[in-house]
Design a binder for this molecule. Structure first.
Ligand code: HAM
Length: 417
């Protein structure tokens, strides 16, 4: 075949990736660790569909956010419905809370989740178009204790994975009424400095002036360094809520930095917002974040119900983890000295049924090469099946080798493992 006729090779779509077996181990570790601490705190796992009605995100996440304006994978199905691959998990969970009448359950309802999310962003290390989140939400409580509980859980999740240099930033956006007044104040301030701002910030002065805190544009950053923050404008109830969260974080020994310039890319937040960042990750430093969303469920057509939660990016956590978990080392490698593959199958099966991690050769390798394989994979023991039915058990560490009855193999290996 000439080169011109060679078929184009397929590649994973831009911004997506395959998770290969040697990478899966670290992800499973995050899942298991997350499941353990969230389960212990009373959070039950929930799964929602990967796509939802587009309107859910338009309403829930907010029309003026980057996510809704330019990052959604939206498509029409065969029946003419507008659907969107979920860009985040909180709006779907609130949808499910209302749909299943969860307000009738004992409150709050504590939920956690794990799965893929989709945003049409410019891909780079730590930023993908399909990525994964682990998240937790406590729905049906306005207690600052829930905010503190959730923040401590995320801190514990990261620390338990060896990430001990993440910084926690904390702020409060207040309740909507106070925020309206603050937004006016901020808008006035920005108008005074309009000529120094980026086009993007200027075009969103009316809809979303807070996003100016997030800008990369140098002129805008200089203006924002002097801008009034919501923290200075909290009313008494909001200020006390924040103070209570802070006292509980102090009690838990979780350090944080109060930062009035912290803005989150979603519109539903009220009062507490927070984010864990890790400088080592460069520009995509956000490991996970969240906050309170006391108006979201009502906005989605449910009864007035406060809530708070967070989500963390699995791929960012992986980048921040200093050590990859070791691969599972096999307990035994079953070696056939006489090429009797069925006997090797039989012995390996028995060991696996005894819950021992067991490997065998499937490529018809010579005895010497099977020994090499056993050595290379770090197996604790080689089980050598000899001609005539005898079995030698070789301790790969010490090199000590002795004959063992086939029926005693599992017990002997378990004792030495
Ligand atoms: P978020 O800050 O948009 O919040 O996303 C949470 C985390 O997901 C980020 O901190 C980051 O680690 C990860 N992430 C976001 N976008 C990408 C991307 N394109 N590639 C890789 N990782 C990414 C939320 O999604 C809210 N639902 C969190 C929340 C829950 N608030 C209240 N409850």
């Amino acid at each position: 075949m000439s080169r011109g006729m060679a078929q184009a090779r397929h590649q994973a779509p831009k911004g997506t990736f395959d998770v290969l077996p040697d990478q899966e181990r670290a992800r499973a570790l995050i899942f298991d660790h997350g499941a353990e601490i969230l389960d212990a705190a009373g959070y039950g796992r929930i799964e929602t569909p990967v796509f939802e009605d587009t309107a859910l995100f338009e309403r829930g996440v907010g029309e003026s956010t980057d996510i809704v304006r330019k990052e959604m994978f939206t498509f029409e199905d065969q029946g003419g419905r507008s659907l969107t691959l979920r860009p985040e998990g909180t709006a779907p969970i609130c949808r499910a809370y209302v749909e299943h009448g969860m307000h009738k359950l004992v409150q709050p309802v504590r939920l956690w989740y794990w799965g893929p999310y989709f945003r049409y962003e410019r891909p780079q290390e730590g930023r993908y178009r399909e990525f994964n989140q682990i998240g937790a939400e406590a729905v049906g409580t306005d207690s600052p204790q829930a905010d503190a509980e959730l923040i401590v859980l995320l801190d514990e999740l990261l620390r338990g994975l060896g990430i001990d240099d993440a910084e926690l930033r904390l702020s409060s956006l207040g309740q909507p009424e106070a925020r309206v007044a603050y937004r006016e104040r901020l808008r006035d301030y920005l108008r005074e400095h309009e000529s120094e701002l980026s086009d993007d910030v200027r075009s969103r002065l009316d809809t979303n002036p807070l996003r100016a805190f997030d800008a990369d544009h140098e002129g805008t950053r200089a203006v924002m360094a002097e801008a009034p923050t919501m923290l200075d404008s909290l009313d008494e109830a909001d200020a006390e809520h924040l103070a209570s969260v802070r006292r509980m974080l102090d009690d838990a020994g979780v350090p944080y930095r109060l930062d009035g310039t912290l803005v989150r890319g979603l519109d539903y937040y009220t009062r507490t917002v927070f984010e864990f960042t890790c400088d080592r990750l460069g520009s995509q430093s956000g490991l996970g974040g969240g906050g309170r969303y006391d108006g979201l469920i009502e906005q989605l057509g449910g009864p007035p119900t406060p809530g708070v939660g967070w989500a963390a990016g699995i791929e960012r956590i992986l980048l921040a983890m200093r050590e990859a978990p070791p691969n599972r080392i096999p307990d035994a490698f079953v070696i056939s000295a006489d090429g009797d593959t069925e006997r090797a199958f039989h012995v390996a099966l028995a060991l696996r049924r005894a819950r021992l991690a067991t490997r065998t050769d499937l490529a018809g390798r010579s005895f010497k090469n099977q020994m090499k394989q056993a050595d290379r994979c770090g197996a604790g023991f080689a089980v050598i099946l000899e001609e005539g039915g005898t079995v030698q058990l070789r301790d790969m560490g010490s090199g000590e080798q002795r004959e063992v009855a086939e029926a005693d193999l599992a017990e002997e290996i378990a004792a030495g493992a």
